[in-house]
Every structure is written in C-alpha cells, then in structure tokens.
Design a protein around this ligand. Structure first.
Ligand code: PAF
Length: 280
C-alpha cells in the first residue's frame, strides 16, 4: 500500500475502485474497503486487469454547515492508514486542501439533483451540505479518475444524491452501495459515535429500534409515527422520521422500494440512520 499526497502520483492509476472518506475510519469504512478489495481480487482471478483500490482521506470543509462541527471532526491518520492496509487498499490519497481546491481556481458546485432538495430531510437541516458533498466528490473523481466508487448506505440520502449527480453529469463512474455495519445493539457505525457519553451510547440504539418499529407498520404515516414515538420516548430530539421512495426520496409509490430514514440529536451529537421499509 502506498500513501500519497501529490496528485501526480495518481498518474497511471485511473480505472480503479474508489472509496472516498473523511478519515476517522471505523469498521463501516473497513467494510467498504474490503468490498472494493474483493471486487478487485475477483476480477483479477477471472483474468481481468488488476485495478487499484484507492481510498481518499480528506475532511471537506465545504460540506460542513457548522464550523464547530468541522473543527472537531476527528483526525486519526495513523489509525486510518492501518485500517486501509488491513482491509486491502492499494493506494491511500491524502490530499492537501490546496490540491482539492487550488487557490484562484473555481471548483464547480454541480446543480443538485432533485433528491437533494426535499423538504423535511437533510437539505432543510443542513443547508449547503449536499452542494459541498457534490462539489468534492466530483472533484475527487476528476483527480482519481476511478471506474467505480463505493459509498455506504448509512448515508442513504448522500448515496442517492451522488448516484443522481454522477448520472446527470455523465461522469462515467459506477456507484456501488455498501451495507451499513452495526454495533451489537444495532447502532450504525459512525465517526461521530465516539462523541457519545456512556449513557448516550446506550440511548442511541433507539434509532435502530425505531427503524424496526417502522418496518412493522402497514402505512408510511404509521411507520413515521412509530419511529417518532419510539425515539422521543427514549429521550432523543427528533429532526425527521420519514418513510420515502428509496430512489427519489419523494412520497412512497406503490410497487417501488421504500426506505425509512431518521435523524436525531442526542446531546452534542447528531445521529442518522435508515433501513429498507417493506412495501408489497
Ligand atoms: O461520506 C463521507 O465521508 C463524505 O461525505 C464524502 C463522500 C467522503 C465526501 O467528503
């Protein structure tokens, strides 16, 4: 595995399988890197050209709407590199801010797909967040030039928005979803979980219980109410609890996959999660 900061060292490595991250890696990221490595190894074993698994570590300032959140984002580079290596990465790209956003050069903010602009979900609570995400992902694609990129289902709305942006702009990168990895009690792994106190950590598993409760309800409205009741009862401050079309994030439509999505605040920490919502 090589660690590079200089973009010229990416030359000749295009066409790889890309896992973009902001560092503070945990086993959820590890799982995405292992998925990429499995894909690489299966293709190589089948006689294909060996493709690099490229992980990027870059804390992207433009997607934080709260400067305090950006300032306290954990930086754990040595541990991150150990995880990348153990999970089978070939290249870890750790660019400087100036490499991603060269001084004096405009890095375009793509027009956001419709799914990024829906009321009652992330965009309403984090204005500018998806603009920053799309801006950096498009720029990283330009620098890394991957054939495929893996994004975790944990950030479902991000996955939908990036898939739509990549298709809208014809970026030629296949977007592959990676499953959410959970703790023993169902809490989705997240870089922010480390900020929970011991008692908050116990309470936080209510999000998973809420998603499961929603799945037991027969209508989206009842699913939303069940989630809200459960997390409020556990003492969390609810930001949204919604059942939406899994691809458009609009209202649930008969015969199409649906997703339950939830966001809550617990002390100083914001938690999000989602799960498939059964439709027949
Ligand atoms: O999901 C993340 O860690 C970030 O939003 C991403 C996709 C790496 C862009 O900064």
């Amino acid at each position: 595995m090589v660690t590079i900061t200089d973009v010229t060292q990416l030359e000749g490595r295009e066409g790889g399988i890309f896992v973009p991250t902001m560092g503070a890696l945990h086993d959820g990221h590890g799982s995405l890197i292992r998925d990429a490595a499995r894909l690489r190894d299966a293709e190589t074993a089948a006689g294909g050209q060996r493709r690099d698994v490229v992980v990027s570590i870059f804390v992207n300032r433009t997607q934080f709407n709260d400067p305090a959140d950006y300032a306290r984002y954990p930086k754990t580079l040595d541990a991150d590199l150990a995880i990348c290596k153990a999970c089978g990465a070939d290249v870890v790209f750790v660019p400087e801010h100036e490499t991603v956003y060269p001084p004096g050069q405009m890095v375009a903010v793509p027009a956001l797909p419709a799914a990024a602009r829906l009321p009652r979900l992330e965009d309403a609570l984090r204005p500018g967040h998806f603009e920053g995400v799309c801006q950096v992902v498009r720029r990283l694609f330009e620098l890394v030039r991957p054939a495929r990129a893996i994004f975790g289902e944990k950030d479902w709305q991000q996955l939908v928005v990036i898939s739509a942006m990549t298709a809208d702009l014809g970026l030629g990168v296949e977007i592959i979803p990676g499953p959410t990895i959970r703790e023993f009690d169902g809490l989705a792994m997240s870089s922010r979980n480390r900020f929970l106190t011991a008692s908050e950590r116990v309470t936080a598993s209510a999000l998973w219980r809420a998603l499961r409760a929603a799945g037991a309800e027969a209508t989206p409205e009842r699913g939303e109410a069940a989630m809200a009741d459960l997390v409020r009862g556990a003492g969390l401050e609810i930001q949204y609890a919604a059942v939406r079309d899994a691809q458009t994030l609009g209202p649930v439509a008969a015969g199409r996959p649906a997703r339950a999505l939830i966001a809550c605040r617990l002390g100083a920490v914001r938690l999000i999660d989602n799960a498939p919502w059964p439709t027949d």
